[in-house]
Design a protein around this ligand. Structure first.
Ligand code: PLP
Length: 388
């Protein structure tokens, strides 16, 4: 038997041959859309900081002040002594902002998903999930040991047939539908109204991941659920505090009963050191901004930027801040990213296993912080690189 390193070398070479090897890019500075990477300044079109809050002075100040007051670490898990008044206030304010009875904050969105799904469904239950659901939703579903059925992306007919199957074969099972409202690699929307209607018709429950919708769609942090007036009809609303909110963490919003249950049963919540109090304080400041008139104007700027990219590229306007340009092969996507980087733009090539094979793409994300000229210049560079 080869040593571990020898085995790993073989596996990594296979990835390299397939154009799938990945490595870390180190940012030497990053402030808004301008980043420095490998000594070069680039305009960043890959961040999830949709509203530019990651470096907002009021958010930074809240974090600094809370660090002075509380110190840096939370010192224990939430159920021991890691829950501070900052965490409690953040959860109350999040629930109020989402229009739910309660909310629970986890250290990441990944932890929110992988802790919550197996807490709520298990062996003998059924999960029906969209094919393009995020890795953490897949991991949560697998860890639950529930029977897993996948429906093709946004395919309501297939979903309905799985629901019918579940009701017939597992009449007493809990049935959970899992999907995203804005899909992370395609930027398209789930047909949420129809999905909620189907869910209700079959007596299932819905776990909705709004990671890329919050702060982009709907008022404040209402997401697509709030925009469509559906929050009262969705049992489990999940989101992250690390994207449009610009900080770090994940949350579940729902009924008081749901949250009390998760406090007792979500393993990633129970067995993990609480997020630092200063992170909770920064999230509170970000939440206040998103809900304020300033947040409203940032959202207007974001949507102006989304519109500007669409008109510059002569493509239909995207329903979110994620614009994928699907190129097919890994090599084409990598070559496109390199050409753009040479022109001064950072747009990542997204490859298998993040997206299915032969759907490798350039994934552009826009922010309220982009200047219109930066977007026009990106569009011009894309026109040149696709002409090559
Ligand atoms: C980013 C993301 C998550 C994970 O959230 P983190 O806070 O980054 O752990 C979950 N679901 C989707 C769809 C995401 O894009």
């Amino acid at each position: 038997m080869d040593s571990l390193d020898a085995q790993l070398t073989t596996k990594l070479s296979a990835l390299t041959e397939q154009g799938l090897h990945r490595s870390l890019r180190v940012m030497e500075s990053a402030r808004g859309p301008r980043i420095t990477c490998a000594g070069r300044e680039l305009i960043n079109f890959s961040s999830n900081d949709y509203l530019g809050l990651a470096y907002h002075p009021a958010v930074a100040q809240a974090m600094n002040e809370a660090t002075v007051r509380w110190g840096v670490g939370s010192t224990a898990s939430r159920l021991i002594c890691g829950t501070t008044s900052e965490h409690a206030a953040l959860e109350e304010e999040l629930a109020a902002a989402k229009g739910t009875e309660a909310a629970l904050v986890f250290s990441t969105g990944v932890a929110a998903a992988t802790g919550t799904i197996p807490a709520l469904v298990g062996k003998g239950d059924v999960i029906i999930m969209d094919k393009l659901a995020h890795a953490c939703l897949i991991d949560g579903a697998r860890a639950s040991e529930a029977t897993l059925r996948i429906f093709s992306h946004n395919d309501l007919e297939k979903l309905e047939s799985h629901l019918g199957w579940a009701r017939e074969k597992h009449p007493d099972a809990k049935v959970m539908i899992i999907t995203e409202s804005v899909f992370s690699m395609d930027g398209d929307l789930a047909p949420l109204r129809e999905l909620v209607e189907l869910k209700e018709r079959f007596g299932a429950i819905l776990f909705l991941d709004e990671a890329h919708a919050v702060g982009v769609r709907g008022q404040g942090v209402q997401g697509l659920a709030g925009e469509l007036g559906l929050n009262g009809r969705i049992e489990i609303q999940m989101g992250t505090l690390g994207k449009a909110l610009g900080v770090s963490g994940g949350y579940i919003a729902g009924s008081r009963m749901l949250i009390d249950f998760l406090i007792n049963r979500a393993r990633s919540f129970i067995f993990s050191t609480a997020p630092p109090p200063a992170v909770a304080a920064a999230c509170r400041a970000a939440l206040r901004i998103v809900q304020s008139p300033e947040g409203g104007s940032l959202k207007v700027r974001l949507w102006e930027n989304i519109q500007l990219l669409a008109s510059s590229l002569e493509i239909p306007i995207a329903p979110s801040a994620i614009i994928p340009l699907i190129l097919g092969s890994e090599e084409r996507a990598m070559a496109g990213a390199t050409l753009l980087s040479d022109a001064g733009f950072f747009v990542p090539a997204i490859r298998y296993p993040t997206v299915p094979r032969q759907t490798a793409r350039l994934r552009i994300t826009l922010s309220a912080a982009h200047e219109p000229d930066q977007i026009r210049e990106l569009a011009a560079a894309l026109a040149v690189s696709s002409a090559d």
